[in-house]
Design a protein around this ligand. Structure first.
Ligand code: SF4
Ligand code: SF4
Length: 362
């Protein structure tokens, strides 16, 4: 969570124009592009979305220790934030993943990992708890062995069983160490196979020691996967689940999902984008993007420092281009804004900023 000082610095910059006076709050670091699964809707590893004839990516498969260390150090120079260990693959396949958590913590950053959870054996879970990982999001495409057969292509129910074992290993490691962290979120990309069983994710979270659940709709890339996607009415049925949960903390993730559904795909009609003011993504080669969904890098850590990139001209231009709804509508050709995963944050920021910054209304 950003501190009050970070929020004030961001607001000052935002009102002044295009620079920001604190460092990024979050840096999502691509850790690896290797994965042990082939989830139904994975852009990088689903056999339904990848083209076997496409040219192979010849870049690095894993992030180098030097690049990761440099990101941690340079981010600390701008002020500590949250490092998110993520990527187009499974972070736990990186041979130095535990050391990376430890290193980020040494620099004062909060750490979060997004994983499929299948590789969380007892030893890895213990090491991650001891290293001080703050938050972990485990993606559950299925909540029953039957669903797993449909969404974990090639590995099926076996994957679901490994995920449950991983969750239990983590809960046990936390219990033994007496630590509350990492806080555990279960995330479910909703397919038509899982949408009617969303409540099962809540049950699963409660039974296996997770604190939160979140959902996202299945992305249908260029019309592919439409046969596997839930329809709008099915997704709206989460309203009933929300009512049953009432004030339960598990309900927050459902509120966010329903809000994302209500915002719709044309996010540029609803609000500007503020991601350029608080978030960066670094890929395996050191290229820096303001947002995962945008194709054009705004910098390269092999040529410039993070400080130079953070308030450099390309990012200032990005901030200008996304500063109003009208400009975002014109700019979105470079990004897949219809699949925006920052829409709820952008919406919440706009609800506050529209009272103090007229540009947030246009
Ligand atoms: S675990 Fe993640 S990276 Fe791996 S196939 Fe599934 S969605 Fe893709
Ligand atoms: S997808 Fe578009 S609207 Fe969303 S954060 Fe990225 S640039 Fe902004």
């Amino acid at each position: 969570m950003p501190t009050l000082r970070q929020k004030i610095c961001l607001l000052t910059g935002l009102l002044a124009g295009q620079k920001t006076y604190s460092g990024p709050w979050f840096i999502a670091v691509d850790v690896t592009r290797r994965c042990n699964l082939h989830c139904l809707g994975c852009i990088s590893h689903s056999p339904l979305l990848t083209d076997p004839g496409a040219p192979k990516d010849t870049g690095p498969a894993d992030i180098s220790n030097d690049l990761f260390g440099s990101v941690c150090k340079q981010m600390a120079d701008l002020g500590p934030g949250e490092i998110i260990l993520i990527g187009e693959g499974e972070p736990l396949l990186h041979p130095n993943i535990v050391a990376m958590v430890r290193q980020a913590k040494t620099y004062g950053h909060s750490t979060r990992m997004v994983t499929n959870g299948t590789l969380l054996n007892g030893a890895v879970a213990k090491e991650l708890v001891e290293a001080g990982l703050d938050r972990i999001t485990i993606s559950f495409w299925a909540t029953t062995p039957e669903q797993a057969e449909k969404v974990y292509l090639r590995t099926g129910a076996e994957t679901f069983a490994s995920q449950l074992a991983g969750l239990d290993n983590l809960a046990e490691a936390k219990r033994r160490s007496g630590k509350k962290h990492p806080l555990v979120s279960l995330h479910q990309p909703l397919s038509k196979y899982s949408v009617d069983g969303a409540e099962q994710l809540v049950d699963l979270a409660r039974e296996h020691g997770a604190q939160r659940v979140t959902f996202s709709p299945l992305r249908t890339k260029g019309g592919r996967l439409t046969d596997h996607a839930p329809d709008y009415e099915q997704m709206k049925s989460l309203n009933a689940l929300r009512a049953r949960l009432q004030s339960d903390a598990m309900g927050e993730g459902i509120d966010e999902f329903l809000l994302r559904l209500e915002i719709g795909e044309q996010v540029w009609l609803r609000m500007p984008c503020y991601v350029g003011w608080h978030h960066l993504r670094v890929d395996l080669a050191g290229r820096v993007f303001s947002c995962k969904m945008c194709r054009t890098p705004i910098g390269d850590l092999t040529m410039s420092s993070l400080r130079e990139i953070w308030n450099g001209e390309p990012l200032q231009k990005f901030r200008r281009q996304t500063r109003t709804r009208r400009r975002l509508a014109a700019f979105r050709q470079d990004c897949e804004c219809e699949h925006c995963c920052h829409a709820v944050t952008n919406h919440r920021m706009q609800q506050v900023l529209r009272w103090i910054d007229p540009r947030s209304r246009f």
